[in-house]
Write a protein that binds this ligand. Structure first.
Ligand SMILES: Cc1cc2nc3c(=O)[nH]c(=O)nc-3n(C[C@H](O)[C@H](O)[C@H](O)COP(=O)(O)OP(=O)(O)OC[C@H]3O[C@@H](n4cnc5c(N)ncnc54)[C@H](O)[C@@H]3O)c2cc1C
Length: 376
């Protein structure tokens, strides 16, 4: 996006990528259909040490600008849920748009080109790559984060930032499944593949989405979202009754069908397997009429505020994003240029701006790339 925008302004642009194919993360994104933006993208959907930093770029290249580009290329798409826009066919449709635009604007892309060394010169930068020395006036670092190392992710962007004296905030995996190793592991194994709607909360942030039990722990959109807000050792709270009051539901059922067993009621709400585990580990199953008020209150408390302490996360191996990165206080929010080193720009995931699940990370990549492309 940065290369396209700069080349359209008449700049001579060379893109170097050490990968053998361009846009690998685009290709693997959104389950092969690239969730390329979100209709409701707002600065509130991003995590950063400075919550204001992303505002300028997001407002100057919005989701509607990217949607217009997708429309211009006639790529069909649909809203899956919650404003998330996915390709009807495949992720490569989005990559083709970018490559077409690059070609039209005269961008040169060299693949299999890692960068061995970067030095600052009086007129710009010198790069050592594949046995050659290249010179440029500006240098844009768009090397992404650390997630999915098997796809070529490296810490190169952070290394360059540090080489030039820029502060880099501690990084950690975000939008990542939780691992579970304690007694809850049995639930994960027995319920693997089961999805449940919930509201999950941690550190003052909540998401109403589904979560999924897996052999390794807890995943699904709710868990991926909250993982970005979670710190090691903390508990998350899961409300298994996201659409109403558990207490009112239990009370009403007790009145309506007093002879029904709790386990039967729970298996109607969840699944038989879930109800069985709940009644093995949490509740004694009896006829509803036999529960007194404090007992019902304790059941509803467990259902609406189930506390889980994850053992950890699956880490960068499966994370969709990297939290932290180049400190935004080092960069201009208008241009993405380093305040210390003129001509040095950072865009995309390498910066300490991380979106929620749902197309927000690509929108940040497009918007920050566009912002730099206007000035580079
Ligand atoms: C499995 C998965 C699914 C995802 N799905 C979505 C989704 O549907 N919607 C969404 O919004 N976000 C999604 N994301 C997140 C999104 O892919 C990233 O936030 C986004 O790609 C970041 O863009 P970027 O240009 O900053 O970095 P990247 O897309 O990671 O691109 C970095 C580029 O730099 C190159 N590079 C890295 N190191 C070097 C080096 N040392 N030398 C030369 N080149 C180098 C890489 O080869 C790569 O081409 C997903 C991520 C993953 C892992």
């Amino acid at each position: 996006m940065c290369a396209i925008t700069a080349a359209q302004r008449g700049r001579q642009v060379l893109v170097l990528d050490h990968a053998n194919k361009p846009g690998k993360k685009i290709l693997m994104s959104g389950g092969g259909r690239c969730n390329f933006t979100n209709m409701f993208a707002e600065p509130e959907n991003y995590l950063s040490n400075n919550e204001h930093f992303c505002k300028s770029a997001l407002s100057r290249y919005t989701q509607w600008d990217f949607i217009a580009l997708v429309d211009k290329h006639g790529v069909p798409y649909h809203e899956k849920t919650l404003g998330q826009l996915f390709c009807d066919h495949k992720s490569s449709d989005i990559l083709s748009i970018l490559l077409d635009e690059c070609e039209q604007a005269g961008v040169e892309i060299r693949l299999n080109h890692g960068v061995d060394r970067v030095t600052k010169t009086d007129t710009g930068f010198q790069l050592a790559t594949n046995g050659m020395i290249l010179a440029s006036e500006s240098l844009v670092i768009a090397t992404g984060g650390l997630s999915i190392p098997t796809m070529g992710a490296t810490g190169f962007g952070y290394d360059i930032a540090q080489q030039f004296g820029l502060n880099v905030l501690a990084t950690r995996a975000g939008l990542v499944p939780f691992t579970i190793t304690d007694q809850l592991k049995r639930w994960c194994t027995e319920l693997s593949g089961t999805a449940i709607d919930c509201v999950v909360s941690c550190n003052g942030q909540s998401f109403k989405e589904a979560f999924l039990f897996t052999h390794r722990g807890l995943s699904g959109p709710a868990m991926l979202q909250i993982s970005s807000y979670w710190q090691a050792g903390q508990e998350i709270e899961i409300n298994l009754m996201p659409d109403g009051s558990a207490a009112e539901w239990l009370e009403a059922e007790k009145q309506n069908r007093p002879n029904t067993e709790l386990k039967t009621l729970l298996s109607e709400k969840f699944t038989k397997k879930v109800a069985t585990l709940m009644c093995q580990d949490w509740f004694e199953s009896r006829a509803l009429r036999t529960y007194n008020e404090p007992e019902l209150a304790s059941i509803s408390q467990q259902l609406s505020a189930w506390k889980v302490v994850p053992s950890g996360t699956e880490g960068y191996r499966t994370a969709e994003v990297t939290l932290g990165g180049v400190d935004t206080s080092e960069l201009s929010s208008k241009t993405m240029e380093s305040k210390k080193v003129s001509g040095l720009y950072f865009v995309g995931e390498v910066i300490d701006v991380t979106g929620w699940l749902g197309g927000f990370n690509f929108q940040w990549a497009w918007a920050s790339g566009f912002a730099a492309g206007e000035f580079v």
